[in-house]
Design a protein around this ligand. Structure first.
Ligand code: CTP
Ligand code: CA
Length: 218
């Protein structure tokens, strides 16, 4: 590794990134989902590839182009994402940026008529992919989660870091107009405390985070 060029500090490393929303089918024409453009996750995947990593991007439905040098696995639902993450292991690091739907619905194979649906959905909890990985024997050496929060940002993120067995949580303050936008206000929560970054472009957040990951794996 002493011969690795400085510009490719992640050469020889495999990094797994999840991004985008998941779609949980109600029937063939309807779904529930979380709000996510996928931009931050795709930018991180691209930045990691630029630093020489082999990157597997497990992506929910987005309208984005695959970044150069990234190998992408498309999924729809949280359970498909969980399977694709498992299949992509082992990894030196994982960055779980996806906005995974917390629940799914027992999907109907045929379209349900509005009149027959009633006004309630029966929800079933989805698996927690980050927490599963965090407590798995195949846990990547560096495990990074995201948390999009509207309030109590740092407390919520610190709780998730502990509960899910993550090394870092990138807490994203979405109280403004971040969703779908091009900038993010980030607090990096680690074992050493909290680092607050000035509001910056998602591409710059990605570059900074990729550099931190390279440093942590060095
Ligand atoms: N996550 C996951 N699997 C889930 C839900 C979340 O892997 N079923 C991951 C996300 O990709 C993210 C982190 O966990 O990296 C935090 O997601 P978030 O939705 O903020 O956490 P939840 O535990 O679902 O808590 P909340 O009640 O705030 O939604
Ligand atoms: Ca959630």
């Amino acid at each position: 590794r002493a011969l690795t060029p400085a510009a490719q500090p992640l050469a020889g490393r495999h990094v797994l990134v999840t991004a985008g929303p998941t779609h949980e089918a109600i029937d063939p024409v309807r779904y529930i989902a979380n709000r996510s453009s996928g931009r931050q996750g795709y930018a991180i995947a691209g930045a990691l590839a630029k630093l020489g990593a082999r990157v597997t991007l497990v992506s929910g439905p987005t309208a984005l182009q695959t970044p150069p040098g990234v190998s992408r696995v498309d999924v729809e639902s949280a359970r498909e994402m969980a399977d694709a993450v498992e299949a992509a292991l082992p990894a030196d690091a994982a960055v779980m940026v996806a906005a995974i739907a917390d629940w799914r619905v027992e999907a109907a194979p045929l379209k349900r008529a509005k009149a027959d649906m009633g006004d309630r959905l029966e929800l079933v909890a989805n698996p927690d992919i980050l927490a599963t990985l965090g407590h798995s024997p195949r846990r990547p050496r560096l495990l990074v989660g995201f948390a999009a929060e509207t309030h109590d940002v740092i407390n919520h993120a610190a709780g998730k870091r502990a509960r899910k067995g993550a090394d870092w949580i990138v807490a994203n303050d979405v109280s403004g107009d971040v969703m779908g936008g091009t900038a993010n206000a980030i607090h990096l929560v680690t074992e050493n405390g909290v680092e607050s970054w000035e509001r910056m472009d998602k591409d710059l957040v990605a570059e900074r985070l990729a550099e931190r990951i390279a440093h942590a794996l060095a």
